[in-house]
Design a protein. Structure first.
Length: 291
């Protein structure tokens, strides 16, 4: 839910960078919390580790609650839950840019969720890595994700978020195609670098794009709907990939054509995503370039 504040808190011309910093801090905080929990669990036991998790969430959650201020925006009439839902769905239906974003983000998010779901299986069965090597690859991917988020965010602010997202999707497509065709021939470290870099970049750009296209006054509710779309849509890619991998003559390696298709299908939505100006409300779009 905190991501919905990005549209209000971030400066329009630096939205990519603001989103990237959020992703980097999220990764870093997650790594810090996980490492601290493991350490306390090893030294003091499971109960103390759970207490650390609770304290960690309380401290950093309180910082957000105390420091983030909600700005006055356009207020849409929402007399009740169902009326708010109806207004939200109407806004999506009447906003081609928002609809294109939701469809596109579900498609490319499906491809990304497939990689995350099958990461360990891909490492062992496709890249032929041992359990220890898989752990090393994951550790390699994390700093690459941090770098990918920051670089994609900065590039998005310079050349436009839509163009940057097109580049990110091209990187995903090339990666899927390479592993699907040659498999273990691709160096594992290269797969880790590219996957981490692309994953961090995709997270930063997806959030920044949302912040630049959402109508003012609807940031929270539309972000909630976007999360619902992504959650249920994100189950389709892994499910179909698993089905295809189990077909006669198919393997998990060749089944990577499924997330590749999802990425390719998401690309035609990009030209319809229009960046909203900093002072525009629902139904009013910038007449400038998509990027």
């Amino acid at each position: 839910g905190m991501n919905s504040f990005l549209a209000q808190e971030g400066e329009a011309h630096l939205m990519g960078t603001a989103s990237a910093i959020g992703v980097v801090m999220g990764y870093a905080g997650g790594a810090l919390g996980a490492g601290l929990t493991v350490l306390v669990d090893h030294l003091l036991g499971r109960g103390a580790a759970l207490a650390v998790v609770g304290a960690f969430l309380a401290v950093f959650g309180s910082v957000s609650v105390l420091l983030v201020r909600e700005h006055k925006t356009v207020t849409l009439s929402t007399p009740g839950l169902w009326e708010a839902l109806r207004e939200s769905l109407t806004a999506i239906r009447n906003d081609r840019s928002l609809m294109a974003y939701l469809v596109g983000s579900v498609l490319w998010g499906d491809a990304v969720s497939t990689v995350i779901s099958f990461a360990s299986v891909l490492a062992v069965n496709v890249l032929n890595l041992s359990a220890g090597e898989t752990l090393t690859i994951v550790a390699t991917a994390l700093p690459c994700a941090l770098a990918g988020a920051f670089i994609h965010g900065r590039v998005g602010d310079r050349i436009g978020l839509v163009r940057a997202q097109a580049g990110n999707l091209t990187l995903w497509a090339a990666g899927f195609a390479a592993v699907a065709i040659v498999g273990a021939t691709v160096p594992a470290w290269l797969v880790a670098v590219v996957a981490g870099f692309a994953l961090g970049g995709n997270m930063a750009l997806t959030r920044a794009l949302y912040a630049r296209i959402v109508p003012r006054g609807m940031e929270a509710r539309l972000f909630g709907l976007a999360v619902v779309f992504a959650f249920f849509g994100g189950t389709v890619g892994p499910f179909i990939t698993g089905l295809v991998a189990d077909l006669p003559g198919m393997t998990l390696q060749t089944a990577l054509v499924v997330p590749l298709v999802f990425v390719l299908l998401s690309m035609p939505t990009l030209p319809f995503i229009r960046i909203r100006g900093p002072f525009e409300d629902a139904g009013v779009h910038s007449s400038g370039s998509i990027a």
